[in-house]
Design a protein around this ligand. Sequence first.
Ligand code: GLC
Length: 808
Amino acid sequence: MSPERQNQYGFFREDGREYIMTAYETPRPWINYLSNDRFCALCSATGGGYAFFESAGYDRITGEYPPLTVFSDRPGRYIYLRDADTGEYWTANWQPIRKRPDRWESRHGQGYTSLESACNGIGSWVTYFVPLEDPLELWLITLRNESDRPRRLSMFCYVDWVLGNYVFHLVENAFAHLFQSVSFEPSQIIYASNRYWNVAGGAATSNPNLEWDKVAFMAGDYPVHGHDCSGEHFIGPFRGWGCPIAVEEGQCRNTQSHGRPSVGVLQHNLELQPGEERAFTTMVGVVLDRRDVLPLVRKYRHARVAESELARVRAYWDEYLGRVWVSTPERDFDLSENIWNKYQAWVTAHWARMDSYYIGGASILGFRDSWQDLLAAMVNDPLWAQERLSYLLSHQFADGGTLHNWDPRTNIGVRTGHSDDPLWLVMGMVNYLRETGDYAVLDTEVDYYDGPQGTVYEHMVKALDYTIRHRSERGLPLMGAADWNDALDQVGREGRGESVMVAEHLCWMLREMLPLVERRGEHERANHYRKEIERLQECVNAYFWEGKWYARATTDEGRVLGCSICSGGQIYLNAQSWAVLSGIATGERAFAAMDACWRLLDTPYGPALFLPAYQEPQRDVGIITRFAPGTKENGTIFNHAVMWAIMAECVLGRGDKAFEVWKKNNFIQLGRDADRYRAEPYVYSEYINGPESDDFGQGYFSWMTGTAAWAWRVCLDWMLGVRPDWDGLLVDPCLPAAWDRVHVRRPWRNAVYEIEIDNPEHVCKGTVTLEVDGRSIEGNLLPVFGDHATHEVRAVLHPAPVAVAQGA
Ligand code: GLC
């Protein structure tokens, strides 16, 4: 069976591991992330994009363009080719010369992008990737003479240097070039350094009198017959990337570049007989110490080393992706959960919101974002998660509050007073503990940001107590600078506005903490938390139930947001879904709250965050009202929040609804209409433009979104229903009734559970009977084995009266 053609641009390879593009003019540049823990290269289907080392803001290596021209996808890592006999020239990438190739195909895989094309009788194959450990990107290039005459060719490998602070480079472009020093040396290596490094921020507000503490380099495994480091000379006056003078004339100018716009170009001349092919490696990297360049270049000059490093990248992903594996009747679901959503979640966890091709360029880590990104990573890589969480914990203050975000290089951050931040710490930790059973970590000491240490348990308790303390006169959590919805940023500035979502968040986290508090014998605290939960439940239901749904917030002046008399934002999705998740909405009310969302917020692409969009700026609400209607948080389908709605439907036991929403909101389905959706059809975007936008249905700000981790967990934990509890692995599926069987491989606490779930009577949710390794067990909780063995589980779903909603 040949794979389904997703759209006119591309499709998933049959095994799902590659997204294959057969057309180069995709609606937008479609990006891949090639990275290891320290080096990251964003790479489009045509090799567009740039690289950075650890920080996209401070240590940008290549790629120079104002963000406004991002849609042109330039510059990139280009391979210009020229026929010395005819003078014809083109690029193996298609971009930036854009000469129509005879053949073209590009594939994004996990950790690599491969591009094949043919033009003027020369076939070219390029694979870009970043090896697992070293700080560089490799281009494996093969050229083949597919014509019937001998060919004399020149190949020019090209990059554009930034060398340090990206924002400074952007804002002070001409000035920034004055400090760059790029030269081709007798070792046939281009060294690129910068004598000035503004690490303090954007433009030249201060002069730190520092040089960039890194050196970039570019080299190949072939004799270099020409080079250029000066962009002006290589490209020539009144020209652009599409027609560099040096390529047109077939000879680099052999320039060095000191104090002017700099590029890296290595020219290699070759002859190919008919049918002959030749392979080359080009590398572009960065090191802290100049002396490390040569050993790295020597290592990768062996073609076999580069090839075997690529094999290692593939093996890494085979193993990583194979840890959790699901099989359902729905191919989109499997493709997303097993491969692309999981891959995206890896990328968001490793690179946080550091950079996206479409937004960013910053160098900061967000507290709430990082905790959420960890949710998926901790299942696939608990050890990595453990390291990360102590790092995150150390950005909490001793009073329980936290930084909102910080610069990992300087560790300097801002304490904005976002009311939700501390609660994500609790969510992350609780999930980590249920994942690993590593209760000992609770008694380890971690620094507070402002000095003293506290145990991990104290960090968690303080986060809750901090939120409990910061409340309004009538006892509800204050909104502060904003809550999860960053754009509600004027609602509570004066310290009176309240957040319903934080009330729900707090209630949920208190419930999550209770078993842990009891386990530690802290009965007084447990009672206190119970009372808090009850109180929050009463208050939210008393003050915020608007008859048909829950309101979202009150402003400093006491205006209620998210109710039917509001002109914009009459009903907010999160206020309803989190009411269900937190257990604040129970019974009929829980169903009513979600039904109101389906009545008033649903779209063909999933439910909107709220509707209608704000048409006019409102000073007491904030920036959310200033975004064009139907963009960003203003009345869009904000995918992160869609996942909570799906989760809430699972809590309510409505598996058909959960699946319907998942399906229409998933990138694979959206990508079937790629001209409308535009964004990459293999990863989630942050949002989809809402009904009041001219671009309704368009995906925007792809890759870097909390949606990735949440989507992945909601599918695994709530739809398939295999999720860790404190003392066992729960099997509690909520399936579309039509599915008759699913399979889940779930590694958990040093054992692997191969779980087959049968749904012979086609129910969404019900009671589950379990057989483990051939023996039936009571209830739906699988025991902790921890024996490094694989256990076969057979689960059968039976119809049963669905329990009344009681929260997640
Ligand atoms: C963006 C931010 C995230 C925030 C969300 C809603 O995704 O990264 O922190 O919660 O927008 O405003």
